[in-house]
Design a protein around this ligand. Structure first.
Ligand code: ADP
Length: 249
């Protein structure tokens, strides 16, 4: 739509593992502020695609641009993270022996090291940002609790909060609702919906009910390393090719 500019461009991206094409001439454009769902059967190439965006895997061919000028293929993983692309893996990885607040504090400046960061005094601006993030992820009341005793859902939200502390421009989120209770799934949907706009979010998810609840714009279906189709959830669901792929012929 007018006024929107792609923040991520992938064009003609191919990745081979021992001659097997995990990504095959894939092109994908993500708009600024967009919440994009990425679906597709096992082996479709979703993880490989995330790995290419974060710089973990370098493609054999194609181009990947961030914000029109940054050539991500010329950058290593830390530089790409520094530029504002961050990823949340499926399993939560929070510091269980630290409080919720301390986990967010650490996310401010992990490059300084754990102890240097925890002993440094927070300035007001940093304190406010932590408060804001606590509010956003719904853990204000749990600020002093050890992260280790949070529920699975709360740990996932805390980790999303830790990403937010880094003020990402693009967040890659891998199967955020796996293992969650129905109530946690619903809260996660609300959380992700509230986060779009200020940053772009790519969600890889198998739970179709969940995808339906957050997919307001475009859903991308991957199959055999390329984009099979893109559209609204309704369009995608009614596409006979998508049905065929999911039913396995
Ligand atoms: P998805 O995340 O959609 O399930 P993946 O990106 O993990 O798909 O995998 C795509 C294909 O590439 C799969 O067939 C997988 O076996 C293969 N693949 C992925 N990573 C590697 C690797 N490091 N070495 C060999 N094959 C791989």
């Amino acid at each position: 739509s007018p006024g929107q500019k792609p923040i991520l461009y992938l064009e003609g991206v191919s990745v081979s593992f021992d001659g097997f094409k995990a990504l095959n001439n894939l092109s994908l454009y993500i708009d600024t502020g967009e919440l994009r769902c990425l679906i597709g059967p096992n082996g479709a190439g979703k993880t490989t695609l995330m790995d290419v965006i974060t710089g973990k895997t370098k493609p054999d061919s194609g181009s990947v641009y961030f914000g029109q000028t940054l050539d991500l293929l010329k950058m290593d993983e830390p530089a790409i993270a520094e530029a504002g692309i961050c990823r949340k893996f499926q399993k939560p990885s929070v510091f269980e022996m630290l409080s919720v607040f301390e986990n967010l504090e650490l996310a401010l400046a992990t490059h300084k090291g754990v102890w240097a960061t925890l002993f440094a005094k927070l300035n007001n601006h940093q304190r406010e940002r932590i408060e804001q993030v606590l509010e956003t992820i719904g853990l204000t009341e749990h600020r002093s609790q050890l992260a280790g005793i949070l529920s699975h859902g709360q740990k996932q939200w805390l980790e999303i909060g830790m990403l937010l502390m880094q003020e990402p421009k693009v967040m890659l989120v891998d199967e955020p609702v796996a293992g969650m209770t129905q109530q946690e799934v619903e809260r996660t949907a609300q959380l992700l919906l509230s986060l779009q706009g200020e940053r772009s979010i790519i969600v890889v998810e198998h739970d179709m009910e969940f995808v339906r609840s957050i997919a307001q714009h475009r859903v991308t279906v991957l199959h055999e390393g390329s984009v099979l189709t893109e559209g609204t959830m309704e369009e995608v669901q009614n596409d006979p090719r998508v049905k065929q792929v999911y039913l396995g012929d």
